[in-house]
Ligand binder design. Structure first.
Ligand SMILES: NC(=O)c1ccc[n+]([C@@H]2O[C@H](COP(=O)([O-])OP(=O)(O)OC[C@H]3O[C@@H](n4cnc5c(N)ncnc54)[C@H](OP(=O)(O)O)[C@@H]3O)[C@@H](O)[C@H]2O)c1
Length: 216
């Protein structure tokens, strides 16, 4: 079971949809149980495949029942969310997609993170979990169009090789995504920061840009 904490926003919905379409069992978590249930139903309605397994409920249930947990809250809720559910996240793979975005006077940038990156902040809080940074540069809007073939790379960073390998394989279950080994969590900063650049590029070109690494 793949649980998404903060799964009711565009990124959680998009990843939930695509992973369920790929045959994974997905659970959409929310601070409000009823919203998690409602959003899971909305996702089913986007792509009505009877075999798709997608349920929703509270973040607490998501943390308890997930084998792999995706954290998809805004940055301002990141730290407290991890602290709240830490006891249920031990020894699990935690995929952190959070970008510390800052919006000021029409400019989009990232906030400085004392630990270096959001993913390193997560590893500092969840010492007994396997933190993997991934999906930062993938557009939620594109994920939410079920018949749109994705066409980008997902840079995956972790200090745990086995967890990184598992997440790269999971990434590649979504049609058109290629997982790239981005090294340890110290590299997640660059991947997280790149999202701010992509959003600024999106504003110029009025599109949903993403990245592809050449030479691999
Ligand atoms: N949108 C994209 O294209 C994209 C792409 C890559 C990465 N990301 C990153 O992925 C994360 C999620 O993106 P999003 O656009 O889906 O975000 P979002 O809509 O702003 O938030 C996702 C969900 O988080 C919950 N939430 C809101 N404030 C919270 C708080 N203070 N504490 C705990 N939970 C809170 C809400 O769910 P409930 O109210 O139901 O609990 C909300 O629906 C962000 O960190 C973003 O930077 C986004």
């Amino acid at each position: 079971m793949i649980s998404i904490i903060g799964g009711t926003g565009p990124e959680g919905k998009g990843l939930g949809l695509r992973l369920a379409m790929a045959g994974e069992e997905v659970f959409i978590g929310s601070r409000e149980e009823s919203r998690g249930i409602e959003v899971a139903q909305q996702i089913k309605e986007i792509q009505d495949v009877p075999s798709m397994s997608i349920e929703g409920g509270s973040n607490l249930k998501a943390a308890k029942i997930g084998d792999i947990i995706i954290i998809s809250t805004p940055y301002n809720g990141h730290k407290q969310t991890l602290i709240d559910y830490a006891s249920h996240l031990k020894n699990k793979i935690i995929i952190d997609v959070v970008v510390p975005l800052s919006f000021s006077k029409g400019k989009i940038s990232t906030l400085p993170i004392p630990e270096g990156s959001v993913a390193e902040e997560a590893q500092e809080i969840l010492k007994d979990s396997f933190i993997v940074g991934a999906f930062h540069n993938v557009s939620a809007e594109d994920l939410l169009i079920p018949n749109k073939k994705m066409d980008c790379d997902v840079i995956v960073c972790s200090n745990n090789q086995d967890s990184k390998k598992t997440v790269i394989q999971l990434t590649e279950k979504i049609l058109g995504l290629r997982g790239i080994d981005g090294g340890g969590l110290h590299n997640s900063k660059y991947v997280e920061d790149f999202t701010a650049l992509l959003i600024n590029i999106n504003k110029i070109y009025k599109t949903h840009s993403s990245i592809k690494i050449s030479g691999i």
